[in-house]
Write a protein that binds this ligand. Structure first.
Ligand SMILES: [Zn+2]
Length: 266
């Protein structure tokens, strides 16, 4: 039994400002430690239910946020950006039994987290795939699906928990925080860690009951930028057309092609 964990930071409990997630700020170390503690709780729960190998992919910022010293022997941490278009899911393949998402957040174009964004908070207004406004979770579960691996657990803000359950009715979710304008309700760290531990355990135990949703056979992608010059720049990538001052459109037949184009135009 092998579990892949994709880790982000903007949905970890106790985080409500951009400075909280940026290296060098007064609160960054605290955020990184909380992120590590939530990941450890997920590893403990999954291992309790029989996970033999766990790969944690650090998917935030420098991708070097996790304290590797606190994890048990069956956990490997994949840090830094290798350059593969799978990005926050770099390292996934069909030998894994499930993907977990921790510290995940609501997408750009929604209001459930003061730090709501998709891939780049500095560039992206919103991304739509087949006319659906999508999150990093949506894109990453497509990657997992294309490798035949179910998405079984997610923790993060309340908004992304709701979205995850709309796509995967059987996914186990744990809300660590709830956004309200430019504020957040921070749920108890003690309660969140306990819920992640028991939720991860339950997710592994019920894996055999998870249904894989159908993978779309083509992707019509609309990217709206915050600034017109980013749309202009993106429009020179092969297959990408500028459709308005701030937006571009492209089509992909495969998830790898979709993620490759996004990697180069964001
Ligand atoms: Zn992040």
């Amino acid at each position: 039994m092998k579990i892949f964990i994709s880790a982000d930071m903007e949905g970890v409990t106790g985080i409500s400002r951009w400075e909280d997630v940026r290296v060098g700020s007064d609160t960054y170390q605290r955020s990184a430690e909380r992120m590590s503690q939530e990941l450890l709780a997920a590893c403990e729960g999954a291992s309790e239910a029989g996970a033999e190998e766990i790969l944690i992919r650090d998917g935030h910022g420098s991708a070097r946020n996790i304290n590797p010293m606190i994890f048990p022997a069956n956990v490997t941490i994949f840090e830094g950006w290798g350059g593969h278009p799978y990005s926050m899911l770099e390292g996934i393949d069909n030998t894994f039994n499930a993907v977990f998402y921790l510290g995940y957040h609501s997408p750009a174009g929604t209001d459930a987290n003061p730090l709501a964004h998709t891939i780049s908070s500095k560039k992206i207004c919103q991304i739509k795939v087949n006319n659906l406004l999508v999150s990093e979770f949506y894109l990453n579960q497509l990657i997992a699906l294309s490798e035949g691996v179910p998405s079984a657990f997610l923790s993060g803000d309340q908004g992304i928990c709701n979205e995850a359950r709309r796509i995967y009715p059987e996914i186990v979710t744990v809300a660590a925080m709830e956004g309200s304008g430019y504020a957040s309700r921070i749920f108890s760290a003690e309660k969140t860690l306990a819920s992640i531990r028991t939720g991860a355990q339950k997710a592994v135990e019920q894996l055999t009951h998870i249904h894989l949703p159908a993978l779309p056979d083509r992707f019509e992608v609309d990217v709206e930028y915050l600034y017109h010059f980013d749309a202009y720049n993106a429009s020179f990538y092969p297959g990408v057309q500028k459709v308005s001052a701030k937006s571009v459109h492209f089509e992909s037949q495969t998830v790898l092609d979709l993620m490759t184009t996004l990697k180069f135009i964001i």
